[in-house]
Design a protein around this ligand. Structure first.
Ligand code: FAD
Length: 365
């Protein structure tokens, strides 16, 4: 029987498991991922802000895998040999595959400056950041990187610790650079309203336990520094033999197949659509889920996979710490408490779709 391995319990694979529960393909299916509970990215800022418990923002992969008659292995890949079709896990176990689908996400990019490893917390894995938050009572927070995740995290932490001074540090010219002038204005106004300091055009030169240093000589007080400096590719892909883009992510064509190894498919942050790259965001990982499920099923049935055309514009919903949010798509921008309620309904609906027991499990502690 064909050995199908689903590597990573990310957003796209949720749709694959759901589809296989409805119609089980004739294959020996195994999901390999380190944790049974996979976080849903849209709700992470709400967890940091204290609006949700962590469990409410997680999907339990065990019942999903059961329904798809898929063997669940809780482990991580540390190596991939695409020529031999082999995956190596942390304990040294080697798993062979005939068909491999990868949805392992990205890893936080850590700036190469003194103190980054010791004194800065990465946004991912979120469980690690939450554990740091649990014991902390910071006097000053700094969030490094003012992309969508950095902006949301800064506002969420400011809401969590209103007495702490909060600074958002960006090496570019403004928060959310490249995401449209109207959205930037709206976010800029919200950050100003919340009295979050924004420092732009500055490179970090060092991170200490109670401050960060910038290349213009300034020092910013921070005893809780968070890195939101962007998504990097997992290092273990480098020697895989798969075709990678310039940043080390797996290059895939419109069918989501690797451009070098057609028996490998990839979706979400770990993949780059070679003809039409899209931002590394959960929205695109979610969008890729149904076409990924279709193409795996077709390939298992001996049919050719179909092309997927990722939409150019996606709805962006930014949580603003308090129960307030900003929505943007193409050129338009909306904001308000009602936008937060809309986002909350979308996010809870997403989790409920894959894990109807998430709220109950959270209540049970
Ligand atoms: C604070 C924050 C807020 C965000 N908010 C939003 C938002 O509102 N909207 C949005 O669109 N995006 C948001 N993002 C971005 C979003 O989190 C990612 O783009 C999204 O999670 C990517 O989905 P994915 O399926 O590619 O990977 P992930 O969701 O990261 O899932 C990867 C899975 O693979 C597993 N895995 C990892 N490595 C291995 C390995 N070696 N072997 C096996 N399994 C592995 C992981 O445990 C995980 O289960 C946010 C990110 C952060 C950090």
């Amino acid at each position: 029987m064909t050995k199908l391995v689903l590597l990573g319990g990310g957003h796209a694979h949720l749709f694959v498991l759901e589809a296989f529960a409805r119609q089980r393909p004739d294959a020996d299916i195994r999901l390999i991922t380190p944790e049974a509970l996979t976080p849903y990215s849209g709700m992470l800022p709400g967890v940091l802000a204290g609006h949700y418990r962590a469990r409410q923002a997680c999907i339990d992969l065990r019942p999903l895998a059961d329904r798809a008659a898929c063997l669940l292995t809780l482990d991580s890949a540390v190596g991939l040999d695409a020529a031999r079709r082999r995956i190596t896990l942390t304990g040294g176990e080697v798993i062979d595959y005939d068909l491999l689908s990868m949805d392992t996400g990205s890893t936080p990019r850590r700036p190469d400056v003194p103190g980054a490893a010791e004194h800065a917390h990465a946004v991912k894995p979120i469980a690690g950041l939450l554990a740091r938050c649990a014991d902390a009572v910071p006097r000053a927070i700094a969030v490094l990187g003012a992309g969508a995740a950095g902006v949301e995290v800064a506002m969420a932490l400011h809401h969590r610790w209103p007495a702490a001074r909060c600074t958002l540090v960006e090496r570019g010219t403004a928060p959310l650079e490249g995401l449209g002038a109207r959205l930037q204005r709206s976010v800029g106004a919200e950050l100003a309203h919340q009295q979050i300091d924004v420092v732009t055009g500055a490179e970090i030169t060092r991170i200490d336990a109670d401050a960060i240093g910038l290349d213009d000589g300034r020092t910013i007080a921070s005893d809780f520094t968070v890195l939101a400096t962007g998504a990097a590719a997992p290092a273990w892909l480098r020697d895989s033999g798969l075709a990678l883009d310039a940043r080390g992510f797996i290059e895939v064509g419109a069918t989501l197949q690797s451009t070098s190894h057609p028996e490998v498919l990839a979706a979400g942050d770990v993949a780059t659509l070679s003809a039409s790259p899209r931002p590394k965001s959960g929205v695109y990982a979610v969008r890729a889920g149904p076409p990924l499920a279709t193409n795996i099923a077709r390939m298992l049935a001996g049919q050719p996979p179909l092309d997927w055309h990722a939409q150019r514009h996606a709805l962006m919903l930014l949580a603003c710490g308090r129960r307030h949010a900003i929505a943007a798509r193409g050129g338009w921008v909306l904001k308000g408490d009602w936008v937060w309620r809309w986002k909350d309904a979308i996010d809870r609906g997403f989790v409920r779709r894959f894990d109807p027991r998430a709220d109950i499990a959270a209540d049970m502690g």
